[in-house]
Design a protein. Structure first.
Length: 234
């Protein structure tokens, strides 16, 4: 049990045992703290990020600590991390421990108080999350689920969902991402070649339609229909 106490040197085996104990200890601590404290990181990711940062930092700031122990500990933790991921894929029970099954916070417009207690959040926190999704009335929510990453998935009752073109079976044009051809007063000639547009056409359009020079354009974009949109310096 000497590896628990501070001493001048540790053997490789003692470093390995210390790393294993620290890994599982922090895993349990993180689990007890709850998913909200982890802040959208998976349990394993949170533990490994927390530990590795400290392990690497200490030898770099303390001249009395060698790199050997830190390197051994890092390798052991990475092996434990990858091994835990592999095992969680094979065994459902372990996967549920590391990534808990989602559970409801709101069902058919009614707050599930047991769910709030299990998630360790307050009513105010729940209301804040609803406001982020522009939901002002809890009774409009068909289902709100507490996810394993600490987020809340909110599903509105269908009668309160926003109408979309699909509701009316209306056909729309496919999404078209405009390409940036002018940035900070300079033309991107590689983009012009890509869309097969000449520099002269761009310059003429700027002069005739917008009455500006290229140097005055902060950002210029063009879509697949050659619609040129510009943003000037202000």
């Amino acid at each position: 049990m000497n590896f628990f106490h501070s001493q001048e040197t540790l053997s490789s085996i003692e470093w390995i045992v210390r790393a294993i104990i620290a890994f599982f200890f922090l895993l349990i601590v993180a689990k007890v703290m709850g998913q909200r404290a982890i802040s959208q990181l998976r349990l394993l990711d949170f533990v490994i990020a927390l530990v590795l940062g400290n392990i690497i930092a200490h030898p770099l700031s303390d001249e009395q600590l060698g790199m050997k122990g830190s390197m051994i500990t890092t390798v052991v933790l990475v092996l434990l991390y990858t091994g835990s991921l592999f095992i969680s894929l094979k065994f459902t029970s372990i996967d549920k421990f590391l990534d808990p099954v989602p559970f409801p916070l709101i069902n058919d417009g009614e707050i599930n108080y047991k769910g709030l207690k299990k998630a360790r959040i307050t009513i105010d926190h729940l209301l804040a999350e609803l406001r982020k999704d522009r939901v002002e009335d809890i009774t409009k929510v068909a289902l709100a689920m507490w996810e394993s990453d600490g987020k809340i998935s909110i599903f509105l009752d269908p009668k309160f969902d926003a109408l979309t073109p699909a509701t009316y079976q209306k056909q729309l044009e496919p999404f078209d991402l405009p390409k940036t051809i002018i940035k900070e007063g300079k033309i991107d000639f590689s983009k012009l070649e890509e869309i097969n547009v000449e520099e002269g056409w761009i310059i003429n359009n700027l002069k005739i339609i917008h009455q500006v020079e290229v140097s005055n354009v902060l950002l210029g974009t063009i879509d697949s229909k050659n619609n040129l949109k510009i943003f000037l310096y202000k």
